[in-house]
Design a protein around this ligand. Structure first.
Ligand code: PMP
Length: 286
């Protein structure tokens, strides 16, 4: 494994950053999770765009241009000779003092890790997953916009712990108003009356790249899609439900808070979207 840090490559054991790095001290930074399918990087342009938009929103200056960043990602993938895998691209505020003030940090730190990922056991892709509603709410957009993919995941981690305590692997999070936002690391969709519905970013969801891809595929299959307001009632009474994310891809949800969704099996549309998604990522990789 060769890990990129600020233009140099290091082995796994030697890839280190300072304990004064504000990414560690304060979670001050942004990141992207990206897939490699058949040696090609999926939706790299979109991920780079989102990274720079997240950085802009937190006034974090990335010291390289987008094109250079793209090339660094492609080169790291090449050096690691990974045909299928996952890329973690991180930009932190960099090394500073022990105070919170970003002005004490001289330059951002850029890290690129190319690795494997398996977020959920294979059986859940086949049989679906059970989720609970977490009591930890999504941070409201006026405090931290959910479209910023920041290194601050503590409220999602709290929700993940709740899921674990309830014997589940995943939790859905509500926003401050009590509407469904997203899961701890994935967007959530329901199918109701042949329409595919997902909470909008202003409800507290990350503007997911997999979410957008799935909506595009659904539209091409003649399924109407809509970003809308959902409550837990909508989840419980959905015909089908699934989550989407770069790491998780598409994973069917068959139970929410002990309510069986649909007939308790991954739905027909979920299955066909999954099949099409698998073909799509192979054809459309960058
Ligand atoms: N929501 C959150 C909180 C996430 O961390 C992620 C990414 N793991 C997603 C949604 C899915 O986004 P994407 O499809 O762009 O990976």
């Amino acid at each position: 494994m060769k890990i990129y840090i600020d233009g140099k490559y290091y082995g796994r054991e030697d890839a280190r950053v300072s304990v004064f790095n504000h990414g560690l001290l304060y979670g001050d930074g942004v990141f992207e999770g990206i897939r490699i399918y058949n040696g090609k990087v999926f939706r790299l342009k979109e991920h780079i765009e989102r990274l720079y938009q997240s950085a802009k929103a937190i006034l974090l200056e990335i010291p390289v241009k987008k094109e250079e960043m793209k090339n660094a990602v492609l080169e790291t993938v090449k050096i690691n000779a990974k045909e299928n895998g996952y890329i973690r691209l991180i930009v932190t505020r960099g090394e500073g003092s022990l105070g919170i003030d970003p002005a004490q940090c001289n330059a951002a730190t850029i890290i690129i890790i190319v690795a494997d990922i398996q977020l959920y056991p294979e059986e859940h892709y086949k049989n679906g997953i059970e989720i609970i509603t977490a009591s930890s709410r999504r941070i409201p957009p006026d405090s931290l916009d959910p479209r910023i993919k920041s290194l601050n995941y503590l409220n999602n981690i709290m929700a993940k712990l709740e899921a674990r305590q309830a014997g589940c692997l995943e939790a859905v999070m509500l926003n401050r108003e009590g509407f469904v936002s997203e899961c701890t690391g994935d967007n959530i969709f329901i199918l109701k009356n042949n329409e595919l519905l997902t909470p909008a970013p202003y409800h507290g969801a990350l503007d997911g790249i997999t979410m957008r891809t799935v909506m595009e595929i659904a539209e091409s299959l003649g399924i109407r899609t809509r970003e809308t307001t959902l409550t837990r009632y909508d989840l419980y009474n959905a015909d089908e439900c699934f989550m989407t994310g770069t790491g998780a891809e598409i994973i069917p949800v068959i139970k929410a808070d002990s309510r069986i969704i649909g007939d308790g099996m991954p739905g027909t549309i979920t299955r066909s979207l999954t099949d099409r998604f698998k073909q799509y990522v192979l054809q459309r990789a960058f």
